[in-house]
Design a protein around this ligand. Structure first.
Ligand code: NAP
Length: 281
């Protein structure tokens, strides 16, 4: 039987329609909802991602604020910019793109973003709250993965999930979210010995590595669900999906799987932040 395609574009469209309605309601209450996005330097993938996010904002009625700072920007100058955005009432979300130039104190800058505007869940407080299962702003890609699984009704309780990758923005938080939903989670990384044996036991594999076609069918269990967050040169994921087709029961394509939903999650959390503000005023 053909595996089920977990189509991120379908989900993203449904979310955008919902967000457009919510943005109209927010604007009718006098808030010109904006999402600010800062790139420092000339990292091409950050600039492309920033511009594509800005287009997505416009589609749902959010005003994008695009800030590009030169690569000699100091930590203090970046902190000053973040503080200004924190104070701006119309700014409901702030994204600081990674990577930053090496001389910048990245953690200080992430932590300077006001928690309720931290729509990519990068500050220490939001990460801690996520780990404790408290309400918070989530990193967008882990939230995208959970949204895809929920949309297609893929159950997590009691399932063995292998997450490959342990970055603070992806592998670790998605593992915590899966654990909170009662999955049994194994986190793998570059020093994991016998990765194939771990993958062979998994009901769901989440790949967040950044290595083209690292995972192939040889090691996988029949009926496995494959979630590929990897995005590598040439629009290729971390999973060699062609070889896995006869074995898996469902998979996210690359492109068109995790990526489009991730952008929607940034917008959704921006809208959520605006609604919370209006409710609390
Ligand atoms: P990252 O910070 O470079 O982390 C990569 C992780 O993969 C690390 O934990 C590393 O282990 C692990 N790893 C490297 N080689 C491995 C191997 N051979 N076997 C097992 N684990 C290995 O990357 P990231 O920021 O998490 O991003 C990962 C991928 O997701 C990239 O392709 C990125 O483009 C993509 N991404 C996609 C989205 C989206 O919305 N679709 C969003 C963000 C990122 P160590 O910790 O031991 O080094």
């Amino acid at each position: 039987m053909q595996p089920l395609t977990l189509d991120g574009r379908v989900i993203a469209k449904a979310i955008r329609e919902d967000l457009s309605r919510r943005v109209c309601a927010i604007k009718s209450q006098g808030l010109d909802i904006s999402l600010a996005s800062i790139v420092v330097g000339d990292d091409q993938s950050s600039l492309i991602y920033q511009s594509s996010n800005a287009k997505s904002c416009v589609k749902v009625g959010i005003t994008p604020i695009t800030i590009i700072m030169n690569s000699t920007t100091t930590t203090q100058q970046l902190l000053d910019t973040i503080h200004q955005l924190n104070e701006d009432v119309n700014v409901c979300g702030i994204i600081l793109h990674h990577p930053l130039p090496k001389h910048i104190d990245e953690r200080a800058c992430f932590d300077a973003i006001r928690c309720d505007k931290d729509v990519d869940g990068v500050n220490t407080s939001n990460f801690g709250r996520l780990a404790l299962g408290l309400p918070c702003m989530y990193p967008s890609t882990p939230l995208s993965i959970m949204t895809i699984l929920d949309y297609y009704g893929i159950q997590l309780i009691g399932k063995h999930v292998a997450v490959v990758g342990r970055s603070a923005i992806l592998g670790k938080p998605v593992s915590l979210l899966m654990l909170a939903r009662h999955a049994t989670v194994t986190i793998c990384h570059s020093r994991t010995t016998n990765l194939q044996a771990v993958l062979g036991n998994a009901d769901i594999v989440v790949a967040c590595v950044g290595k083209s076609n690292l995972i192939g069918k040889e090691c996988l269990k029949e009926g496995v669900v494959l979630i590929d967050a990897g995005y590598n040169e040439g629009n290729v994921g971390d999973i060699d999906i062609d070889s896995c087709m006869p074995i898996c029961s469902a998979y996210t394509p690359v492109p068109g799987g995790v990526g489009p939903v991730t952008v929607s999650m940034l917008l959704q959390q921006t809208v959520q932040s605006a609604e919370n503000r209006l409710r609390n005023n």
